[in-house]
Design a protein around this ligand. Structure first.
Ligand SMILES: Cc1cc2nc3c(=O)[nH]c(=O)nc-3n(C[C@H](O)[C@H](O)[C@H](O)COP(=O)(O)OP(=O)(O)OC[C@H]3O[C@@H](n4cnc5c(N)ncnc54)[C@H](O)[C@@H]3O)c2cc1C
Length: 118
């Protein structure tokens, strides 16, 4: 790996926000370096993982856990990544890999609900 890199801007995290920022900066002429903690996986690898996992209703199950980029996991049991002190545990999930949490975006794009303006 080349460890002698330089750029005008370093974006930490290759999720959707990092990607949008990097694209905008690059288009304005800056050189941009993106650093990502997690692995880079292909769609084929993730589809294969989904087919193999017995935990189909767990949206993070297809994404391999990597110790250098830890995340909350719930199957086969919770890894207690999140410190929860209330009576109702919140099963919050996110991903650490190239592409970030956009990999299991659930296609909900709530816009202009009546309660938005209440
Ligand atoms: C199950 C689920 C379903 C969802 N469905 C929807 C939906 O239907 N509609 C909707 O609008 N939103 C949805 N969301 C939310 C949406 O996916 C996220 O809000 C969005 O993807 C977050 O993008 P982000 O770039 O802010 O963060 P992330 O995607 O979390 O990206 C951050 C990146 O930074 C990396 N990183 C973190 N720390 C470091 C470090 N120290 N060094 C290097 N890299 C680092 C991480 O590995 C990750 O890749 C869903 C979320 C989940 C969990």
């Amino acid at each position: 790996m080349n460890t002698n890199l330089s750029a005008d801007v370093v974006v930490v995290g290759a999720g959707i926000c990092g990607a949008l920022a990097a694209e905008s900066l690059a288009k304005s002429g800056a050189s941009v370096l993106m650093l990502e903690a997690g692995p880079k996986l292909t769609t084929a690898e993730l589809v294969h993982n989904f087919r193999q996992t017995p935990f189909k209703s767990d949206l993070v199950a297809p994404y391999p856990y990597t110790p250098q980029a830890p995340t909350p996991t719930f199957s086969p049991e919770a890894n207690n990544y999140l410190e929860q002190t209330g009576p109702l545990a919140f099963g919050a999930q996110y991903l650490k890999l190239v592409g970030g949490t956009s990999w299991h975006w659930a296609a909900q794009t709530w816009r202009f609900c009546p309660t938005t303006f209440a």
